[in-house]
Design a protein around this ligand. Structure first.
Ligand SMILES: *[C@@H]1O[C@H](CO)[C@@H](O)[C@H](O)[C@H]1NC(C)=O
Ligand SMILES: *[C@@H]1O[C@H](CO)[C@@H](O)[C@H](O)[C@H]1NC(C)=O
Ligand SMILES: [Zn+2]
Length: 424
């Protein structure tokens, strides 16, 4: 693993356009195609266990008010965020809760047998299955090469374990020296390396003070496997088409991209080997329940959502801001990056493009208009793919949620306005 050099050039002036902070929830169309691609059953037969009788239901809200819906959903696992404008919410429920929900609401069964769906789904591939060659041997041939890179690594067909992912980006670094470099963000609770992958043209963009920095993170939530896979795809597309696809060339000549494909490395492995639906990290808490929700633990305006939040909840925010080791590592590292102008955090599943703030609905970012403009550009691009996105601030789109990545990244390291999103 090589390190990229810390860029010590100073930011010149506050006039550099800064900060699109966005949580992108990947298209459910994509997630649906492979919703439960699953753990390595051979190594860990228990991975899909514990879900006998569970179903995924679409619960239509009709005329029910949100408070009563929330109360009815207690004890279920909510898959689509319950937004103010939601007409339905998708939840996983055990047999008893599913029966209860059916009496209270109009429902539709999306997955009739969660355990069977897990058992039937495909297993993660390993890079070594595919021989010795690195990614994109004949790359730099434009889109075709990018597709070849993707095909080479099974991107889009299989989910990879963390070690296989690391082999993949190490191979990318070997394939494109100087364009792709790998560094260590920090260590997880179980002492796995959290890696960052920098993709750069190597040029300084002719800008005094250096190029602008874009950070893309994913895998804060363990089970959302499609998000790290999407990040890998974005990285390989940028690296393999620089110099042949004008749009990519312009992007990389203007911005340096830093990707952290999997922040929650322990949780990701746990979801692959032990519990497909694990969300949090694997750090112990004050109770016997394990894990902190990384996307509720960022140290900006952090606060427990309610007095009823317990360490056994899937959205447990920790007992204090930055308690999760992965969050401390990530925030410390991001703070060292020069000229940060944009931050993206990819999640699944839904079609939402959200920006700050989440911690309070009456808190307006200085750049609210610019953030909305970027969101609207992104929305048009996503709509064109046939997966219509809703956009808005986190709080107005979903609900008050403190301690999220977007709030922190917007407000804490540096905060400013927006240029344009890359449509990532
Ligand atoms: C954590 O991993 C690193 C190598 O990645 C190793 O040098 C170190 O000893 C490990 N620490 C613990 C506490 O296991
Ligand atoms: C995208 O689609 C949504 C949902 O159909 C619609 O409300 C919105 O106006 C569209 N926005 C753009 C920019 O195309
Ligand atoms: Zn998520």
């Amino acid at each position: 693993m090589r390190r990229f050099r810390a860029n010590s050039r100073r930011t010149h002036g506050a006039t550099l356009a800064l900060f699109a902070v966005t949580a992108l929830l990947l298209a459910a169309a994509v997630a649906h195609a492979v919703p439960l691609a699953s753990p390595d059953a051979a190594a860990t037969p228990a991975a899909g266990a514990g879900y006998a009788g569970h179903q995924v239901l679409r619960v239509f809200l009709d005329k029910h008010d949100l408070a009563s819906v929330r109360s009815a959903l207690q004890g279920t696992d909510i898959w689509t965020d319950l937004a103010l404008t939601s007409t339905y919410v998708d939840v996983r429920a055990d047999a008893a809760h599913a029966a209860q929900l059916r009496t209270q609401f109009r429902t539709e069964v999306l997955i009739a047998d969660v355990e069977a769906a897990m058992t039937a789904s495909t297993q993660p591939a390993t890079v070594s299955d595919d021989g010795a060659a690195g990614p994109g041997r004949n790359a730099v041939d434009g889109e075709v090469a990018a597709d070849a890179v993707s095909a080479k690594f099974g991107i889009g067909t299989n989910y990879l374990g963390y070690d296989a992912m690391r082999s993949m980006w190490d191979a990318m670094a070997a394939q494109w020296p100087g364009r792709v470099t790998v560094a260590k963000v920090g260590a997880s609770y179980e002492n796995r390396t959290i890696a960052a992958v920098k993709v750069t043209s190597g040029k300084d963009g002719g800008k005094e003070g250096g190029k602008k920095t874009v950070v893309v993170v994913s895998g804060l939530h363990a089970r959302e496997w499609i998000a790290p896979a999407a990040t890998i795809n974005i990285m390989s597309n940028l690296a393999s088409t620089y110099g042949t696809v004008p749009r990519v060339t312009a992007l990389l000549d203007t911005f340096d991209f830093y990707f952290v494909p999997i922040v929650n490395v322990d949780g990701y492995e746990y979801s692959m080997t032990k519990d497909r639906l694990w969300r949090k990290n694997r750090q112990p808490t004050s109770s016997s329940c394990i894990g902190i929700d990384l996307n509720r633990n960022f140290p900006y305006k952090w606060s427990p959502p309610s007095s009823t939040a317990t360490p056994c909840d899937a959205t447990y925010p920790g007992s204090k801001a930055g308690e999760a080791m992965e969050i401390t590592a990530l925030t410390n590292w991001i703070t060292t990056l020069p000229n940060l102008v944009a931050f993206y955090d990819l999640h699944a599943y839904s079609q939402l493009w959200m920006y700050p703030f989440g911690y309070a609905c009456n808190a307006q970012p200085t750049d609210a208009a610019a953030l909305a403009a970027v969101a609207s550009t992104a929305q048009a691009a996503m709509n064109a793919t046939g997966a219509p996105f809703a956009v808005g601030s986190i709080c107005s789109t979903i609900y008050e949620a403190a301690g999220s990545s977007a709030d922190w990244a917007y407000a804490a390291p540096r905060s400013h306005s927006v240029t344009r999103s890359s449509g990532a």
